[in-house]
Write a protein that binds this ligand. Structure first.
Ligand code: XIL
Length: 316
């Protein structure tokens, strides 16, 4: 899959599986045209100790992408999770926090200048009720941390596309309205933001209606912003049955059809590709099987559904 209509089809990559599993590497290189780092580009992975960066896992992914002619997304420059203790133990002043963030963004986005097509500059800054989420950045810098982060990312790599990324904001409702207003404000202030990432972590039979997603994508486009699908998976409440796998395939099919019809949407990225290494069993033990290859690397109905839709679109 890939290349159809200039659409990048991507997968998040586990930095443990990449060096260890040849089948994983082979399918990743064959089926996808974009990769993103599941964890390797998060703050704690890159800066486990104060004043020392460790780029090995992130570099390995960048090298893999370049060897296979794949584009890259980069997650995530600013988040509220996966930070090292040296940073969160509250001994820094607001000024110092600002400097640390600036340096981090310039260092990381600067190192991968030209290699990363799109950065998730700010990830998950909005709570489900529409308020801003507590984080070291919000506490020290107020809501302005977002505008600053985008400006620093733009300084580090003027060519990269810069995204605000979040979950459960795909359709309509309080959270997607809050995200809309937030990015509208950034656009109105002249902040260099290019797009909004819809993570698309869906639950089978309990997700936003596709029509609402379409309307949301349209209103974001009307602000002059691109949209990307950045972390799709469809977790199935246990037990996983053949019928549920068929409904999952239908949902993947509906989403890729929406993607193909949307304006300014060129990145469709899954949060992994095989259930063998998915985050779902750990984060949502009541569910499983969110991706398009099973644990034995066999393509599931969802793979076939995506494949067929993309093929039909290319033939048109
Ligand atoms: C998850 C990873 O998949 C896990 O391995 C890790 O333990 C926690 O983070 N939204 C995001 C991603 O933006 O960074 C998260 O990734 C999943 C939810």
């Amino acid at each position: 899959m890939g290349e159809e209509r200039g659409l990048y089809i991507g997968a998040a990559v586990s930095h443990q599986a990449l060096p260890a599993d040849e089948t994983y590497r082979e399918i990743l290189g064959r089926e996808f045209s974009m990769v993103t780092a599941e964890n390797a580009m998060k703050f704690r992975s890159l800066a486990p100790e104060e004043g020392r960066y460790d780029f090995r896992d992130a570099d390995a992914l960048v090298d893999f992408a370049s060897e296979h002619g794949m584009a890259m997304r980069g997650p995530t420059l600013v988040w509220h999770q996966q930070y090292p203790e040296w940073l969160t133990e509250e001994r820094f002043s607001a000024d110092e926090i600002s400097q640390i963030l600036r340096r981090h963004i310039l260092t990381v986005a600067g190192r991968y200048r030209g290699a990363v097509r799109s950065w998730d500059v700010v990830n998950e800054a909005v709570e489900e009720d529409g308020s801003l989420r507590d984080s070291i950045w919000l506490r020290a810098l107020g809501p302005d941390f977002m505008a600053k982060a985008f400006r620093w990312a733009h300084e580090a790599d003027p060519q990269a596309r810069l995204y605000y990324n979040d979950y459960s904001g795909e359709g309509s409702g309080v959270k997607s309205d809050a995200i809309y207003l937030l990015v509208k404000q950034l656009v109105d202030q002249g902040v260099p933001i290019d797009g909004v990432g819809l993570q698309m972590h869906l639950v089978l039979d309990a997700h936003a209606p596709i029509e609402d997603m379409k309307a949301n994508i349209r209103r974001l486009n009307e602000l002059g912003l691109e949209v990307a699908i950045t972390e799709m998976d469809v977790r199935i409440p246990k037990p996983v049955t053949p019928k549920k796998l068929e409904r999952q395939a239908q949902l993947y099919s509906d989403v890729i059809q929406m993607v193909l019809e949307a304006q300014n949407l060129r990145e469709f990225v899954l949060w992994g590709f095989t259930d063998r290494y998915s985050w779902i069993p750990e984060s949502s033990p009541e569910a499983d099987a969110g991706l398009i290859f099973d644990r034995e690397f066999q393509p599931k109905p969802a793979y076939q559904a995506l494949h067929d839709r993309l093929k039909a679109a290319t033939a048109q």
